[in-house]
Write a protein that binds this ligand. Sequence first.
Ligand code: GLA
Length: 379
Amino acid sequence: MSAELALELHQKYFGMKPKAISFAPGRINLIGEHTDYNGGFVMPAAINKGLWVTARVIDGETRMISSVAGTSKPFCAESTEPGDASGWAKYPAGMAWALRSQFGPMPNLECAVFSTLPSSSGVSSSAAIEMAFGMVWKALVGFQITPTELALLGQKCENQYVVVNCGIMDQMASACGRANHAVFIDTRSLDFEYASVSDQYAVMLLDTKKPRALTSSAYNERRSQCETAASIMGVELLRDADLSLLQANKSRLDEVVYRRAKHVITENYRCQEFRVVLRSDDRNGIFTLMKGSHDSLRDDYEVSCPELDAMAESAWVSPGVVGARMTGAGFGGACVALVEKGSVSEFSKVCLEGYAEKTGMTGDALVCSIENGARILNF
Ligand code: GLA
């Protein structure tokens, strides 16, 4: 349906049929938060909300229309450099720039972008747009690239062209996702394996409707605190530290830096443990690890906010809950919850009522299916 709407938008705006169409999903992270830029473990999943891009090669500059953001200023895909593009065009332009470093200049396109991603809720529309444009250029140019390589170019686009210092989790989830599975990723080696998510559970996005704020500056501050902790402890990345090394160095670490490192080290334990409890369907384990992750992000990493705490607290006591926590970078956005399939409507009602009582705000609860990663579609 959304693919048809994307095709319709293209035809209506440009008066021509596109030659290729791609889809890339947003992601939800089950566990492993703020570990990816520390070489640690993450466990995201690609969701059924995402972004469709239709495209046709043209002469002249790249022109785009988006179902949510309207038109953007044209840019030259063949020669664009960091600083050229503005607004949401930075993502496609940055992908053209990153792809050029490996495959030579990308042709200019006319394209339509259709999105079903809820805005500002932290499901990574940026990774989705990067992966969808990577795929559409792949379809039109015909180069060969693996999902992991595409994810790395997406990260390069974001770090060096858009100038957002993100890790690799979002791009890997969008590129490598598999239906009904979470992706357990070692972000140092980029090895990954699929972990099946029980079909008894619905994966829910609990949107606080509090837009994410201050993310970039606070995110960079957390990254540098992690680097400080690693260097004081004499390890390359916090991935290489364990709790006994942390305790041995406690007196040499600033109190805040100590807590940041404690979060990352314990979150790496939780993420590895989560792979085990998900496989054995240990519900107590799932609940405890997801709650432990939220508590640690709130108290030690300090990236939660009153709205995320209220949503998680409400989810923990709602009928049918299997586990819940904040998901994504934090400072607003959404929680993720695993919920017994038969209890979804009761869970949503009770959880959102509890959230409204605590905050006076109206949140949203969405069931997401777990889908395959970025791909070229036939039409
Ligand atoms: C953002 C970044 C990811 C990751 C998460 C926190 O989504 O893009 O790389 O660091 O925050 O886990």
